[in-house]
Design a protein around this ligand. Structure first.
Ligand code: PXG
Length: 288
């Protein structure tokens, strides 16, 4: 496997980052998780824009233009002969002194991994996931805006550990006010009386690229749409529920906290959104 690392393509065994890189020492950096489908990078421009916004938020100057980053991502896929892949694009603060001060890091590190991804097994797309609400709250905007896709994922990792302790693969994280924010690595949607509802970004969610794609799909399918506040009650009493993310794509949820959602099977709108998403990814995107 060839990895792009600071201007070069190197073998994965040689793709090493310094122990003085602040990405490692402090989680000081930003990243994107992107998908390649049938030789097309899905919504690459949107991913690169989000990366730029994340970098701006943490005052990190990405040493590349958007066009350069786009080419680096595509070339990494070509170098590995991939047509379907998960792409991890990372920009760290770079090598610096011990101590938080980011100004001791003169040069950000940039690397891209393009590899196979292990999706949820097909049975979850067919039968749905049972998820739980975890005690760890999604970090609030007053601490670190959850819209920043930073290398510091400990908040979500604590949520993921708790999910596993409850025997679930994914979990709802509430915001500090107790409203549903999102899951540990996915956005959440419910369907109630024919309406599609997702928590507003201001409730502590990442502005997911897949979430945006589903909002477009809902418009195309003429499903009424709302982004608003959402409580666990809304999910317990929903007719349908699904999660979205670059890794998960669109995955049905059939139970929350031991309460069955709808009839306990993936619902018709969920199935339609999933089918539409799978069609879209094959035709939309940047040809590598
Ligand atoms: N919320 C959080 C906290 C995320 O990390 C999403 C929502 C969905 O966003 P996108 O843009 O992907 O629709 C994410 C994305 C992984 C992995 O390695 C994680 C994500 C995406 C792909 C892979 O577990 N998180």
């Amino acid at each position: 496997m060839k990895i792009y690392l600071n201007g070069q393509f190197v073998d994965s065994a040689d793709a090493a980052i310094s122990v003085f890189d602040h990405g490692l020492l402090y989680g000081d950096g930003v990243f994107e998780g992107i998908r390649l489908y049938g030789g097309n990078v899905f919504r690459l421009e949107e991913h690169l824009e989000r990366l730029e916004y994340s970098a701006r938020a943490i005052m990190l100057d990405i040493p590349h233009t958007r066009a350069e980053l786009s080419e680096i991502v595509c070339e990494t896929c070509r170098q590995n002969g991939l047509t379907d892949a998960y792409i991890r694009l990372v920009v760290t603060r770079g090598v610096g002194d011990l101590g938080l001060a980011p100004w001791t890091c003169p040069k950000p590190s940039v690397f891209v991994i393009a590899s196979k991804i292990s999706l949820y097994p097909q049975e979850y797309y067919d039968n749905g996931l049972a998820i739980v609400t975890v005690p760890t709250r999604r970090i609030g905007p007053a601490a670190l805006p959850p819209t920043v896709k930073s290398l510091n994922y400990l908040n979500n990792i604590l949520g993921k550990i708790e999910a596993r302790q409850f025997g679930a693969l994914e979990a709802i994280m509430l915001n500090e006010q107790g409203y549903v924010a999102e899951c540990t690595a996915d956005n959440i949607f419910i369907v109630h009386k024919g309406e599609l509802i997702t928590p507003a970004i201001s409730h502590g969610a990442l502005k997911g690229i897949t979430r945006d794609a589903v909002l477009d799909i809902a418009e195309e399918l003429k499903v009424p749409l709302r982004d608003s506040s959402m409580t666990r009650y809304d999910v317990w009493c929903a007719d349908e529920c699904f999660l979205t993310g670059s890794g998960a794509e669109v995955v049905p949820v059939i139970a929350l906290d031991g309460r069955r959602i709808g009839d306990g099977k993936p619902g018709p709108i969920t199935r339609e959104v999933l089918a539409s998403f799978r069609r879209r990814v094959l035709v939309e995107g940047t040809r590598i």
